[in-house]
Design a protein around this ligand. Structure first.
Ligand SMILES: NC(=O)c1ccc[n+]([C@@H]2O[C@H](COP(=O)([O-])OP(=O)(O)OC[C@H]3O[C@@H](n4cnc5c(N)ncnc54)[C@H](OP(=O)(O)O)[C@@H]3O)[C@@H](O)[C@H]2O)c1
Length: 260
């Protein structure tokens, strides 16, 4: 289901272009959508829950819209492409951000969980990017949200880290293959960021959360955990035309945790 178009602001500097943010209804994706929306970009946010999309749209400018689609399903790109074409928009920035987390070792992870993680975190971005290539403008930018877990082996998150390592590899291959079209491709690799991804629907109470945040902060050399806005800022900067000579960047945004 797609949400009704709202009036595109006359003042919009970027109204012919659209920034698509998968997982734009929460956490890093929502902060990214806000960052672009506040700079007058038209932002399309994608997620499974229409309710969460509606809540998120209340925080974005009137030029923004939502598309309900499950990226773990092969039919999702067609739904998204149809909506972009219906609105006669060209995509200037694609942020492949939607993802799920699974803190399990290799032995603990079932076949079904491997399937779910790879379908969402890897094949979701693969299929969407592939099918949107024709909708991208020259000079477009694709930004994949990976993780420091994809940069080096970390025990205890086998399927998740594998999905992110593969996403980083896809980013670099795509950067090479799309360079002649002047399409730039990057990956950002966040450290631990305070978002609902960690709670699996069950947020801890205030005291437990404070303890956890303190622990997360201590893992990072800069002694702070990440906020969604920290990652959104990096994504926004990589997408700017001033960064036109940068492609294939794999950027840790991680308080230095990748150095430990
Ligand atoms: N938070 C961290 O510490 C951290 C660290 C490193 C990397 N990351 C990465 O950052 C990205 C964003 O994570 P977050 O922490 O901001 O998580 P989050 O707050 O849980 O947000 C995840 C977003 O993805 C959407 N989503 C999940 N599965 C989807 C699917 N199958 N189809 C469409 N949308 C889907 C969710 O909406 P619906 O549930 O409504 O679909 C939601 O909007 C993820 O790729 C994650 O791996 C996060």
């Amino acid at each position: 289901m797609a949400f009704k178009a709202m009036k595109v602001s006359e003042k919009s500097q970027h109204h012919n272009n659209v920034v698509l943010v998968t997982g734009g209804s929460s956490g890093i994706g929502l902060a990214t959508a806000k960052k672009f929306s506040n700079s007058n970009y038209t932002v399309g946010i994608i997620g499974r829950s229409g309710y969460r999309l509606e809540l998120a749209l209340k925080e974005l400018g009137p030029q923004c819209f939502g598309i309900e689609a499950d990226l773990s399903r092969p039919e999702a790109p067609a739904i998204i492409k149809k909506e972009v074409q219906r609105r006669a928009l060209k995509c200037s920035v694609l942020v492949n951000n939607a993802g799920i987390y699974l803190p399990k070792t290799f032995a603990e992870t079932t076949h079904a969980e491997w399937e779910q993680i790879l379908q969402t975190n890897l094949l979701g971005p693969v299929r969407l990017t592939h099918d949107l290539l024709s909708e991208l403008q020259g000079g477009a930018v694709i930004i994949n949200v990976a993780s420091t877990a994809g940069l080096r082996p970390i025990a205890g998150m086998a399927a998740y880290a594998t999905s992110k390592a593969a996403l980083i590899s896809m980013t670099q291959i795509l950067a090479l293959e799309l360079a002649s079209k002047k399409i730039r491709v990057h990956a950002v690799c966040p450290g631990v960021v305070d978002t609902p991804i960690h709670w699996n629907g069950q947020e801890p109470n205030k005291k437990e959360k404070e303890k956890l945040l303190e622990q997360w902060a201590s893992w990072h050399p800069l002694q702070t955990y990440g906020k969604p806005e920290d990652v959104a800022w990096a994504i926004y900067q990589l997408a700017q035309t001033e960064a036109h000579w940068m492609t294939g960047v794999v950027l840790p945004v991680d308080g230095g945790i990748n150095l430990t």
